[in-house]
Design a protein around this ligand. Structure first.
Ligand SMILES: Nc1ncnc2c1ncn2[C@@H]1O[C@H](COP(=O)(O)OP(=O)(O)OP(=O)(O)O)[C@@H](O)[C@H]1O
Ligand SMILES: O=P(O)(O)O[C@H]1[C@H](O)[C@@H](O)[C@H](OP(=O)(O)O)[C@@H](OP(=O)(O)O)[C@H]1O
Ligand SMILES: [Mg+2]
Ligand SMILES: [Mg+2]
Length: 317
């Protein structure tokens, strides 16, 4: 099995990479606000201390300052209306109470750009709803095909999973993903008997061979950036005689960059730009989001058959 060099949820992004991502995000913050103004533009941020540290690096603050943008921490103990005034609110906090407060604030302060609306973010926090909009897309004649691997949501007695998988017509091996996207405890189940060892609620997704490389497509407003990361290797016929549930670590985190790797060109070739542009535009519109990423893989042995396997809201880079 793959062993990973990624620790925790942060992924150990290179400072330069993060600063670049932050700079793109700063551009988006500027673009999201009204035309040139006399005073400084104030971005209130509500982030965990870990995220604030990885995102708001000195380079970003410096860049933002030059553009007349000031980042101000939101005090979660105080009412939002008593703070600011803000032009933009940038946030990545979960929790019903925060969502309720932010929605209420959006209604009473329509002049403030909230990146992004909590209701829209919610689609990406649950792996059952996460890929729904992708599966509805029909990108015919778009330089390639984009789909979602066959998947099944299970929240039943584990003993009934093999029958449910059969009924749904899913083929082994399956990637078992916790329903809550925040949890990264994934595993690979090779045989029907091992499915009974899984712990619902889960999404079971068909494993798609893709040559061990994944494309992280970052969408920041109109901007798109793609990087290659190492991923799970192909499962060969021989592997299918494996039995059991194999837990695997964070395989495609920032430390698993494949940008400088000597890869098979058929595997390394990035998805076509026009395809990414249409995909990003459609998802932005349908989801109502401006800061997210898509994890995409190319079916091994094809040039233009892509699958979206994961999406993350306001990820690191
Ligand atoms: N359907 C699939 N077919 C093949 N490999 C897959 C599939 N789903 C997931 N993987 C592999 O497992 C890894 C983790 O899966 P996924 O991206 O869904 O999890 P995650 O924990 O949400 O990741 P992230 O850190 O991006 O949030 C992927 O990077 C890829 O290597
Ligand atoms: O830096 P990459 O490899 O793109 O990984 C991201 C993950 O894809 C996201 O899932 C993380 O967000 P969550 O902590 O909300 O799961 C996200 O966490 P962050 O918001 O703490 O940056 C990143 O770890
Ligand atoms: Mg992922
Ligand atoms: Mg994810």
């Amino acid at each position: 099995m793959v062993s990973g060099g990624c620790v925790g949820t942060e992924g150990g992004a290179e400072p330069e990479e993060s600063a670049a991502a932050a700079a793109v995000a700063a551009e988006e913050v500027v673009a999201a606000t009204a035309p040139a103004r006399a005073r400084e533009l104030v971005v209130g941020y509500a982030l965990t201390s870990k995220k604030a540290k990885s995102f708001l690096q000195p380079k970003l603050r410096g860049l933002a300052r030059k553009k007349g943008i000031q980042f101000v921490a939101i005090d979660q103990k105080l009412p939002l209306s008593d703070q600011g005034p803000f032009d933009v609110i940038l946030h990545k906090l979960t929790g019903k109470e925060w969502q309720r407060r932010l929605e209420e604030y959006r209604e009473t302060h329509p002049e403030v750009t909230v990146l992004d609306p909590p209701g829209a973010i919610e689609h990406l926090l649950n792996r059952q709803s996460m890929l729904q909009e992708v599966s509805k897309l029909d990108l015919a004649d778009c330089h390639g095909k984009v789909g979602v691997p066959k998947q099944l949501f299970v929240n039943t007695d584990p003993l009934s999973i093999p029958a449910a998988v059969m009924r749904a017509g899913l083929s082994l091996p399956l990637v078992a993903k916790p329903l809550v996207a925040k949890s990264h405890e994934l595993s690979l189940a090779y045989d029907a008997a091992s499915l009974t060892k899984l712990e619902p609620p889960l999404v079971l997704q068909e494993f798609v061979n893709h040559g061990g490389v994944l494309f992280k497509v970052y969408i920041v407003g109109d901007a798109i950036r793609v990087v290659r990361r190492f991923s799970l290797p192909n499962v060969d016929e021989g592997d299918l005689s494996n039995a059991g549930v194999f837990r695997f670590p964070r395989v495609s985190c920032a430390a698993a960059t494949a940008e400088d790797a000597d890869l098979d060109p058929h595997v390394a070739e990035l998805p076509p730009r026009p395809l990414l542009e249409i995909l990003a535009r459609e998802l932005r519109r349908r989801l109502g989001l401006r800061l997210f990423n898509i994890d995409m893989i190319r079916e091994h042995g094809t040039r233009d058959r892509f699958y979206v396997i994961d999406m993350n809201y306001f990820p690191g880079m």
